[in-house]
Design a protein around this ligand. Sequence first.
Ligand SMILES: N[C@@H](CCCCNC(=O)CCCC[C@@H]1SC[C@@H]2NC(=O)N[C@@H]21)C(=O)O
Length: 504
Amino acid sequence: RKSYTAAVYEHAVFTLPLAEIENKTVALSVMKQNLQVYETATAEAKKKGAEIIVFPEDGLYGFEFTREVFHYFTEDIPNPETQPGWNPCKDQHPGDPTNTPVQYWLSCMALNNSIYLVANVGDVKYCNVKSDKLCPADGRYQYNTNVVYDPEGRLVARYHKQNLFMGEKLKYNQPHQCEYTTFTTPFGKFGTFTCFDVLFREPPISLVENYGVDNVVFPTAWMDVLPLFASVEFHQAWAMGMGVNFLSANTHRASLRMHGSGIFTPQGAVVYTHDTTTEQGRLLVAKVPILKRTPIKSTYRPYKNMPLPTDHEAQTAIKFQAEVFSDLFDFVTLPKPSGSLTICQKAVCCQLNYTFEDSHSGGLYALGAFDGLHTREGQYYLQICTLLSCANSSTDSCGQPTNIAKSRFKNLSLSGIFNTKYIFPEFLTTDGTGHDLANGQWLYDDGMIKVNNTTVKPLLSATLFGRWYQRDNDFYLTGASARKSPMVLALNLVLYNVLFNLLY
Ligand SMILES: N[C@@H](CCCCNC(=O)CCCC[C@@H]1SC[C@@H]2NC(=O)N[C@@H]21)C(=O)O
């Protein structure tokens, strides 16, 4: 057997205003409405031959809640490791008040369609503030949770999100210990983690390297941030960088830039959606190769033979610094019609060889390097080489989010030297209407992004996105905040604490 069929559903969540969710009954009715959409999607996926379906993060209730209101959406879900074989569809009676109705519905959906089903739900664990020093003041741990049901309706996996994003810390708890959650199917070993987790080493990297996972199921509620953090480019890059299949289901809320789901393999996407214009859900179904476990190739490349710019380029290439998502990159502009450029920042050096397809077409492009601790919306150490289309003809605009790309390249190769082997290759083209991953038009080979024949659409960005995980806990002030005055930092800290106390 060489392949299996997978489905992901990008779901436009039905929600109610916070004030209307007054009790558990209202919360259940909200979830029931969303579950009805899940039911139709699951039946449709099964009809198309899917053996597994993935639903998005927060897909049953949305994310605009307080900790108290979120409690109404939670259920106490057993641990499948200590209570294997739990089958709510078979074991529970629908009218029983001790039920976990959401788990009942999900389990029946899996059983009735004979399919593996992955959903993101709320799990609650009650604790005693007197005997458990870590127990939150309200007496409960609330977790952002993935559950997996097998085709018999049994709960086979439960995962609590480790790396909570921004506002999530107000309503969810971080598990005391990172969980490594896997399940085995007739078509491969799977691991699961959630959204912001993908930026970090634990659990994602360990799941692949130490637990033998070669398929990932990934519920997410991901907001695009161009040019480096757009959903489909980032999730495809992770699949390619780690050499795994990656089934990503995003919540759909175009007004928040939350869109973009796909089924990605180590060779790139087999299917994906990036719908910025409607507020509708969408089912994706595709065949996925069953992978033979191969150790991840190291993409760490020692520094050697970096050619210096030619005289011509030295005259016309301009060096400058500009921010990309608050990180200060060193850039060099691309002279036309062709060239060979290098740019370095600290230990990272990036090299680009390129020829523009049409030297008369507009558009400023720049090659950028970054080596530092990112501190905006989370702290993680990045080592990056990127070729990007600037938002306009001013160098200040290079790195600002834009959907404008004006040039195609006849050929290009982008390589770099890094201190880490964890390099994720991103590639995005556009004709201005959406994100096109240009599969089949470029290659990631030997740590290098290569285009041999002109891409169909203009290039938005090509990036070697490196993560140097060991340095994530470096002192905070080495990142973007090092450039702010101590006064501004102190004020930020006070404001943050006041806000946090008010909300919590
Ligand atoms: N805004 C809400 C909802 C959060 C839901 C869960 N989302 C995540 O875990 C975030 C995913 C990471 C997004 C990437 S990483 C940095 C960048 N910033 C973005 O806005 N998008 C990208 C809440 O905070 O509770």
